[in-house]
Design a protein. Structure first.
Length: 409
């Protein structure tokens, strides 16, 4: 029956709360394979429930995952080591940047070669190209391991996803994506998550254009959210509290919104103190709830039961059409967002208001202050938002197409 087993390589999933996108993708992929084996790099935290035919393989203990391959074993594997080293060195923006990061790169290289040795030792005997599809959920750590394995044995075939930090130069230290040339050369196919990413990678690797295609991170249908007009403007946002998400701009923008406002934010991170410092300065007409990190299922349940007027997203960089925006749109919540990466693929004239990437508190505040008079504040607009989401980002349809491609490469 063709490929009947999927090997899904993740960072932590199904442990902890990260990689929540897989909660939508995995159940659909699992329907098409007899067996799915998830291999997380760092199995840390509480496991989430999985479909019946899905199992987790703990390949490393916490100490092994960062253990470098010995110099002796590296010497025995010298041709492959030199190939990866030279390819990466040639891809560095300048010789000086390579020199700056050389020690760290060597450490990563030795770790990757050791992980590859452990992976082969554990699973090579079970790999059969006719039966098994390896799929790296990121074009980063696991894609490097699988690429090194393929350099040893070209019977190995694998695909990967590429999101943002693993794609764009500006997301890497000193603009150097150390293993990207290797990943692109060795992977059979790479799925990017937005038109912006597809254009970037096809321009970067014109000779490998055919290796790239779009498969959106999509979201499940939980129905239309509740809504009736209220005096209070009900704003929600969902993002890690890290600098690139610019959540503090949302807080600052609320100074400029007249009338009663209630802002609810889901997410946690090192910028929390900065956000809370701004919140303390807000006038009495603004109520704020910083909910912290919550499981994705809990956030979706909140949307299902709490009326929201508008969802705000202020990030200055994105790899794709952000899942947080998709989830809000699936409930019919209009969107206001900064134009970054694939944001413009989810925030269109049919779903909300796209603001410039060079977002200021004044600009965002003005959009929110006018929101109730903007044409987005009625049931018809919300129905339009939900219809647009369904046309491009419904998980059942998007991941069914991906499954078809994985089963019939």
């Amino acid at each position: 029956m063709g490929n009947s087993e999927l090997w899904l390589f993740t960072m932590r999933f199904p442990f902890g709360n990260g990689e929540a996108f897989l909660e939508n993708e995995l159940p659909i992929l699992a329907k098409g394979f007899q067996r799915v084996r998830i291999i997380p790099l760092l199995p840390i935290g509480e496991p989430r429930p999985l479909p019946l035919n899905v199992e987790t393989v703990r390949l490393f203990d916490n100490e092994q995952v960062y253990r470098p391959l010995s110099i002796w074993h590296m010497a025995l594997d010298l041709p492959r080591v030199l190939k990866v080293w030279r390819q990466a060195k040639a891809s560095a923006p300048t010789p000086a940047i390579f020199k700056t990061h050389r020690r760290e790169f060597l450490s990563q290289l030795r770790q990757a070669f050791n992980r590859e040795r452990l992976l082969r030792k554990r699973m090579a005997d079970e790999y059969d190209a006719q039966r098994v599809t390896p799929y790296s959920y990121w074009s980063s750590d696991w894609a490097t391991v699988l690429s090194i394995w393929r350099l040893r044995d070209n019977r190995l075939h694998f695909v990967s996803r590429m999101m943002g930090f693993d794609m764009f130069d500006h997301r890497a230290p000193d603009g150097w994506q150390r293993f990207q040339e290797l990943h692109v050369a060795q992977a059979d196919h790479i799925y990017v998550i937005a038109e912006a990413g597809l254009a970037h990678m096809q321009e970067r690797f014109p000779d490998q254009r055919q290796k790239f295609s779009i498969s959106y991170l999509a979201t499940s249908d939980h129905g239309l959210g509740p809504w009736t007009p209220e005096a209070e403007l009900r704003i929600v946002s969902c993002a890690n509290l890290v600098e690139l998400k610019r959540v503090h701009l949302i807080a600052e923008a609320l100074h400029r919104v007249k009338g009663p406002v209630r802002w609810t934010h889901f997410g946690e991170g090192p910028e929390r103190a900065r956000v809370e410092a701004v919140v303390k300065t807000l006038p009495k007409n603004v109520r704020v709830e910083v909910m912290g990190s919550r499981p994705n299922a809990e956030v979706l349940a909140w949307y299902k039961t709490n009326p929201v007027d508008v969802f705000v997203h202020a990030s200055y960089t994105e790899g794709g059409a952000p899942v947080a925006l998709q989830e809000a749109a699936s409930f019919g919540i209009p969107l206001v967002a900064a134009d970054a990466g694939g944001v413009r693929e989810i925030v269109t004239p049919d779903s909300g208001i796209l603001l410039p990437n060079a977002l200021s508190p004044e600009m965002l505040g003005a959009a929110l202050d006018r929101f109730k008079d903007s044409g987005w504040y009625d049931a018809a607009a919300r129905s339009r938002v939900r219809s647009f989401w369904a046309s491009k980002f419904n998980a059942e349809e998007v991941y069914a197409r991906l499954l078809e491609e994985l089963l019939n490469p």
